[in-house]
Design a protein around this ligand. Structure first.
Ligand SMILES: [Zn+2]
Length: 207
């Protein structure tokens, strides 16, 4: 996980794969048509697939994974990462070449939390558990963390062994899921996803 350092000295986590507070994607109006066209194309393809074969067949499962990744790519390719320093409110935006541009709020009245979910307090949060290796001084060592952010609680725990990390991840997961506080949860060992949970859209349509 990378850290972004703001001009004001504040550091915040920078990880495009997780829905951390103060991060988002922006889209140029010129690219909006491309995104909509891609999504409509993928919906039509999915409907055709559903009409032709049983969606539980192995071939259909592979096709669904392919369509999911295409939808994901259509969004990521056509949008840019933006993050906000919650200390000073500066916006950090990456251009299409990956170069960072920083914009400072006009005055103190302007929000330092402008990238908060439109659902505000009804936003369903996330839980992440990661066990990763890092090289330092020509040695490799492992460490891990369990991190969550919901409208009820936030946490960031560090671990030095995988067994304890797993136990704590599943204990927190059951607690958050049973209270309907999370939209997604992932447990990742190195690069392998060992547990994955995504709340069904029907369950969250009223939130
Ligand atoms: Zn700052």
């Amino acid at each position: 996980m990378e850290k972004e350092k703001c001009i004001c000295g504040h550091e915040f986590e920078y990880d495009e794969s997780d829905p951390y507070r103060g991060q988002g994607r922006i889209i140029a109006r010129q690219d909006l048509g491309n995104v909509m066209s891609s999504i409509i194309y993928l919906i039509n393809k999915a409907m055709k697939l559903a009409s032709e074969i049983d969606l539980d067949e192995p071939f259909a499962l592979k096709q669904r994974q392919y369509l999911n990744s295409q939808a994901h790519s259509a969004i990521i390719f056509n949008t840019r990462h933006i993050s906000q320093c919650m200390n000073c409110g500066r916006l950090h935006i990456r251009d299409s070449e990956g170069n960072k541009h920083i914009y400072r709020p006009e005055n103190e009245q302007h929000s330092h939390d402008i990238l908060i979910s439109r659902k505000c307090d009804n936003w369903k949060g996330y839980l992440r558990g990661r066990w990763v290796k890092q090289a330092q001084d020509q040695k490799i060592f492992w460490y891990g963390f369990v991190k969550w952010d919901t409208d009820q609680s936030q946490g960031d725990l560090r671990f030095s062994d995988w067994e304890t990390l797993q136990n704590e991840y599943f204990r927190i997961f059951e607690d958050l899921r049973s209270n309907e506080l999370i939209y997604s949860a992932f447990l990742i060992h190195d690069d392998d996803v060992t547990h994955r949970y995504v709340r069904k859209l029907d369950d969250s349509s009223n939130s």
